[in-house]
Design a binder for this molecule. Structure first.
Ligand code: NAD
Ligand code: ZN
Length: 236
């Protein structure tokens, strides 16, 4: 049976927590004595590209040892069941694509792509371990960087535009494992709701969005997605 109403899912770092990928918030000391928020910035890269590079090399290595979990897999199943399905993720770990999700908007980019700091070309790179130093762009020989959106940078306008469009057109939006502190991603559930969507939060902790949600599963992503899935009409 297929679902013909537009279903949109917004995910954050919390959906990958049960795969073993640490979140930024809710725990201290993600990496040595630095805060992720101080390393994932253009200023940090300008000041010390090698330090930032080592942070990404560490994150790649960590993620390469992780597998998608049941929540990622159920979202693949939902995409198969839905005629209009979009997954918007703030995650850069690539686990949704590894699980098999097809229509994915990676709002904040991907750990598995590099980008030239000068000509802005992008290219895939799956090396683990990563090179010790940032490589040079194959097109213009300038310094390469991870193709992720850093704190203080703007999102890709086309990706953001598509995210706003599908959100305003959603009948249902699942909001899974995001602290809803990073904008503009945190606005998407509000846009969806203002345009008539029923918005459901799955998160073990309260967020700034919680008070306006239509339904809340105050539990982990795997448990919450399974419970929501099991209460849909396609389940006998
Ligand atoms: P966040 O780190 O700010 O918040 C994580 C949220 O997940 C919290 O609300 C927490 O309560 C919830 N959570 C923790 N365990 C959970 C579980 N088992 N199931 C469901 N929810 C759980 O994450 P964010 O809102 O995505 O924003 C942080 C930014 O950092 C984003 O831009 C994101 O790209 C980036 N980030 C990405 C990754 C990744 O790719 N896996 C990891 C860390 C940070
Ligand atoms: Zn270049």
């Amino acid at each position: 049976m297929t679902v013909d109403k537009p279903l949109v899912v917004l995910t954050g770092a919390g959906i990958s927590a049960e795969s073993g990928v640490p979140t930024f918030r809710g725990q201290d000391g993600i990496w040595q004595d630095y805060r992720a928020e101080d390393l994932a910035t253009p200023i940090a890269f300008e000041r010390d590209p090698e330090l930032v590079w080592r942070f990404y090399a560490w994150r790649r290595e960590l993620v390469s040892g992780c597998q998608p979990n049941q929540a990622h897999h159920l979202l693949v199943d939902l995409e198969i069941k839905s005629s209009q399905f979009t997954l918007i993720t703030q995650n850069v770990d690539g686990l949704h694509k590894i699980a098999g999700s097809q229509n994915v908007l990676e709002l904040h980019g991907s750990l598995w792509e590099l980008q030239c700091t000068n000509c802005k070309s992008k290219w895939p790179n799956h090396d683990v371990p990563f090179a010790e130093f940032p490589p040079l762009c194959p097109f213009c020989s300038s310094l390469a960087r991870p193709a992720v959106i850093w704190f203080g940078e703007s999102l890709n306008p086309d990706t953001l535009d598509r995210a706003f469009k599908v959100s305003s057109n959603a009948a249902t939006m699942l909001v899974i494992g995001t602290s809803a502190l990073v904008h503009p991603a945190a606005q998407l559930p509000i846009i969806a709701q203002l345009n008539g969507a029923s918005v459901i939060e799955i998160n073990p902790e309260e967020t700034p969005l919680s008070s306006r949600m239509d339904e809340i599963f105050r539990t982990s992503a795997t448990e919450g997605v399974k419970r929501w899935y099991d209460q849909q009409y396609w389940v006998d």
